[in-house]
Design a protein around this ligand. Structure first.
Ligand code: ADP
Ligand code: ZN
Length: 524
């Protein structure tokens, strides 16, 4: 049954004409007292899904959110709309806490944001016992997943909300979308009878592009200057030092770039975040510590200069672009070294084999996306269980790459690795293998007598770039691996044999001539 009160609140309080997508059904489910699990991409409009029912139902809507830094902003925005909102977290002093508690008990709050570590305290639970609760909203619900990088141990305790308040509806929300995460959230939060709402994850206004990395700073600068002069955007890096180096480099080039990572003092982080939100055209250079919960509609691009660790993370990060629905770019530069580095990081990571296997599978999916000759968006959405036709707004749709038979090239690489190991007991990294294949005489090839190897010079027909691409794809497909005992040296895998013996043909991706030319032009 549709409820006119919901629409009335939407229009009167929030000033919007109509609900978007599944919002109406979700809001109705919660108003009627049912549980809901909501999967919606960033920018999809999750907040209204609990804010509207909190205003329609009697009592206060309790919102559990890990994003302490944003609570003040959220409450300010609601207050401006005339909604009675407050928060409880560790940034408040005793007086402020008391005031909020009193307001809640007096029934003077529509919405109360609570940090999870605060919620699970005895003081807070007993406070909630004494007031009237309209609903529980569990925001960023994927924080309950022990596999994700946003894991918050207190989230595991949130299943007790249902035991203690069986009649209060719960709504869990996340922008993380795989089936695995969804099942995990439902299980750990005991959302047995919840209706699942899975919004479309397609963000058609975002143009996806993945380019081969050669001189990544230069490529990034070129991308910013030619396509995003004066635009706000985020550049994601894997490490803190890379964040700082890149931010300094861009600043020196006259771009308003600011760094953001967990190692910076809290006031610096807060100041940079606030400038990004309030000023025009700030480029935030950041680790993945930046972005969750940031509501800035006009982020025109998200660039990755290191390979993300999973498709899920990549999708969430790129989803921060173009929330206003206008055209935006997701740009990723990736190269051979990324694959080498990440395979090593996985091997070196703490945790058991199952954990490492899971990381490995996530990386493989990400590599699959990078090396696909099909529509990027098709690949991305397939990962989230959604099928679409080719999108017409990604690099492979716009400038189709060629698929070429790389079987012979792959055999040359694999036999070079094989012979070095078998005949000489040596392992090398990609650079030297390519030198051998191309027959480049240098100090190292001379010193080790590599010029007498039968594979020396057998690959003179392809360029360095082409060979790097072949090696990268072999690594991506697990037909070659990084030997972590050494220093990123290459070794054969179980799968190599079939290729070496000619039992398997290997189709590889080659970027379009235009894309390749653009990449070359970016290199000084
Ligand atoms: P999410 O939390 O899913 O990332 P938000 O709740 O922050 O998304 O909403 C994203 C933007 O969309 C906000 O600016 C919000 O005001 C706007 N929005 C949400 N729902 C509607 C609607 N029904 N009509 C118009 N704008 C909406
Ligand atoms: Zn496409």
């Amino acid at each position: 049954m549709s409820d006119t009160r919901a629409l009335e609140v939407l229009q009167r309080v929030f000033g919007y004409e109509s609900f978007r997508g599944e919002q109406q059904a979700i809001v109705q489910q919660v108003i009627d007292g049912g549980d809901a699990l909501v999967l919606m991409p960033t920018g999809g409009g999750k907040s209204l899904c609990y804010q509207v029912p909190a205003l329609v139902r009697p009592g206060t809507g309790i919102v559990v959110s890990p994003l302490i830094a944003l609570m003040q902003d959220q409450v300010d925005a609601l207050t401006e709309l005339g909604v009675r909102a407050a928060f409880l977290n560790s940034t408040q002093d005793w007086n402020a806490t008391r005031e909020v508690e009193q307001a809640f008990l007096a029934g003077e709050l529509d919405l109360l944001y609570v940090a999870p570590e605060r919620l699970v305290t005895d003081r807070c639970l007993s406070l909630l016992e004494r007031g009237r609760i309209a609903l529980f909203a569990i925001d960023e619900a994927h924080c309950v997943s022990q596999w994700g990088h946003d894991f918050r141990p207190e989230y595991l305790q949130l299943s007790m909300l249902h035991e203690q308040w069986p009649d209060v509806p719960r709504i869990a929300l996340t922008a993380t979308a795989t089936d695995v995460t969804r099942t995990e959230i439902a299980q750990r939060l005991a959302l047995d009878d919840a209706r699942h709402f899975i919004a479309s994850f397609d963000r058609p206004n975002i143009r996806y592009r993945i380019v081969e990395k050669n001189d990544v700073r230069r490529q990034l600068l070129d991308f910013l200057r030619t396509e995003h002069a004066g635009d706000a955007g985020v550049v994601y890096c894997l490490s803190r030092s890379r964040v700082e180096d890149t931010a300094a480099y861009l600043s020196a080039q006259g771009i308003s770039a600011l760094p953001y990572h967990a190692g910076l003092p809290a006031p610096v982080r807060a100041a940079n975040q606030s400038r990004f939100l309030r000023e025009d055209g700030i480029v935030m250079v950041a680790t993945i510590a930046f972005g969750m919960g940031i509501d800035k509609p006009d982020v025109r691009f998200v660039a990755h200069i290191d390979l993300p660790k999973s498709v899920e993370g990549y999708y969430q990060e790129t989803g921060r672009a173009g929330r206003d629905g206008l055209p935006a770019n997701a740009w990723l530069a990736y190269g051979l070294q990324d694959v080498v580095q990440q395979r090593r990081m996985i091997d070196d990571s703490p945790g058991d084999d199952a954990f490492r296997r899971r990381l490995g599978a996530q990386l493989d999916a990400m590599l699959g996306l990078c090396e696909t000759v099909e529509c990027r968006r098709q690949r991305l959405l397939a990962y989230f269980g959604q099928r679409i036709t080719p999108c017409g707004n990604c690099d492979t749709c716009l400038e189709p790459p060629q698929a070429w038979d790389g079987t012979v090239a792959a055999q040359k690489v694999l036999s070079a690795v094989y012979r070095l190991w078998k005949e000489r007991g040596q392992r090398y990294g990609a650079g030297h293998i390519i030198d051998i294949l191309r027959g480049k005489k240098n100090e190292r090839t001379a010193q080790h007598g590599h010029e007498t190897l039968s594979v020396f010079g057998v690959g003179a027909d392809l360029s360095d770039t082409a060979w790097r691409s072949v090696l990268r794809q072999l690594l991506a497909q697990g037909l070659l691996t990084v030997d972590t005992e050494g220093y990123g040296t290459l070794a054969l895998t179980e799968g190599s044999r079939a290729v070496l013996k000619g039992e398997r043909t290997l189709m590889l991706r080659r970027e379009s001539e235009r894309a390749a030319a653009r990449n070359r032009a970016a290199t000084p």
